[in-house]
Design a protein around this ligand. Structure first.
Ligand code: FNR
Length: 374
């Protein structure tokens, strides 16, 4: 269908389901076990309702913000996703171009189908910000080399993923006969991926076992964070915080931010929905929001979802799957479309909430209800 018929992120997902190969669809949409955390990531937003304020001037409504020192046209960013080429030959490059044209920031995966340098070269201007998502390999020296490389390429922050030390069990993916296209095979050979779905059965270590073995399963607050701090001057964000206690430890460890995330429900099944973790952090430890930037991802599909997270104190909200679907279906135009949809929804929501800037979004504007809407 023509792009103008796509009005919501759900519409985009529906279009993508029709164009994606079975295996790409299984890889992109899958989550751990029965997909409860993934489903609840989305559903949990519906437990939060607004207290909109009226008679406040909103004709000058500005949804822009600053994320880790980088300007962003909206309080969102594109969360890292591996293997974008599975859905479209230009893969991550589509996302880079779409992000550059709309002023939002892309987080590039360690396991992207293009190299960090090809992606940097695809920026629409040399000042377009990019974040880098790091899967730390067991060997410090190997990880250090990668971090220094992306810093030299002009990347603006490092997101250290800590919720995927071993590969999550994604049943739909394991069941799917997942055979990478020849070109993707080349890519994954060079960039072993914890994200690569397992298709070898539980009893064999095989390739997937070897891939997982390359990642550092023994990272610690005491060792890994100071190590990363010592090898880079870039802001550091810990991606994959799933409880209040670890958010507090991150603030104490001296990182610049956290990304509350359960990997889109792809790792530990029954990890709490991300927005619920954010809510608990706001209730129990409001001081953390003063000390570091707090970001969240998982299940955000509407402008109102993003506004709820901002009211609770998040600086920005990451969006994962919708950008994979969009670039698969429409290339970089699809990426632009997603940002435009979210911009319209965010501005509309801010105006009706009585907020003319993201600073006006405060905890008093949102309430968690204990009845479930029909
Ligand atoms: C991911 N995610 C992810 N995270 C990461 O740190 N490194 C990675 O390589 C990937 N790869 C990846 C592939 C695919 C297909 C998906 C769906 C997700 C997790 C991602 O960054 C993010 O946390 C979630 O996708 C956010 O949830 P939503 O917005 O997809 O619901």
């Amino acid at each position: 269908p023509p792009l103008k018929r796509v009005l919501t992120l759900q519409d985009m997902e529906n279009v993508a389901r029709d164009v994606l190969s079975y295996k790409a669809s299984a890889y992109y949409s899958s989550a751990a076990d029965d997909q409860t955390t993934h489903t609840e990531n989305v559903r949990a937003f519906s437990r939060f309702f607004f207290h909109p304020r009226v008679l406040r001037p909103v004709s000058q409504c500005d949804p822009s913000t600053t994320i880790l020192g980088c300007k962003s046209s909206l309080p969102i960013f594109i969360s890292a996703a591996a293997l974008a080429k599975l859905g479209h030959p230009l893969g991550e490059i589509n996302i880079t171009r779409g992000a550059g044209r709309t002023g939002v920031i892309q987080m590039v995966s360690t396991n992207a189908s293009f190299s960090a340098s090809d992606i940097a070269a695809a920026r629409v201007s040399p000042t377009q910000p990019l974040f880098f998502q790091l899967y730390k390999k067991r060997e410090d020296s190997e990880a250090e080399k990668l971090v220094k490389e992306v810093e030299a390429l002009g990347y603006n922050a490092i997101f250290l993923t800590v919720d995927a030390i071993i590969a999550g069990r994604r049943d739909r993916d394991i069941k799917a006969p997942f055979v990478l296209e020849d070109q993707e095979k080349e890519v994954t050979k060079q960039q072993p991926s914890v994200e690569e779905p397992q298709d070898e059965g539980e009893d064999t270590l095989g390739t997937s076992g070897a891939l997982v073995a390359a990642n550092d399963v023994d990272m610690t607050w005491e060792r890994t964070i100071p190590w990363l701090r010592s090898v880079t001057n870039l802001p550091i964000v810990v991606k994959g915080i799933q409880c209040v206690a670890d958010a507090v430890l991150a603030a104490e460890a001296g990182v610049d931010g956290i990304l509350i995330s359960n990997h889109g429900g792809r790792q530990l099944e029954y990890s709490l929905p991300s927005i619920e973790v954010l809510y608990r952090l706001r209730m129990q430890r409001p001081d953390v929001f003063q000390r570091i930037e707090v970001h969240v991802d998982g299940g955000a599909r509407r402008g109102t979802d993003i506004l709820k997270a901002l009211c609770l104190g998040a600086t920005a909200v990451g969006i994962g799957r919708p950008f994979l679907y969009a670039q698969s279906a429409y290339g970089d135009a699809g990426v632009v479309k997603i940002v435009k949809i979210l911009e319209r929804e965010i501005v509309y929501g801010m105006q009706l909430l009585g907020a003319s800037s993201v600073r006006d979004l405060v905890p008093e504007m949102v309430e968690r209800i204990n009845w479930q809407p029909e």
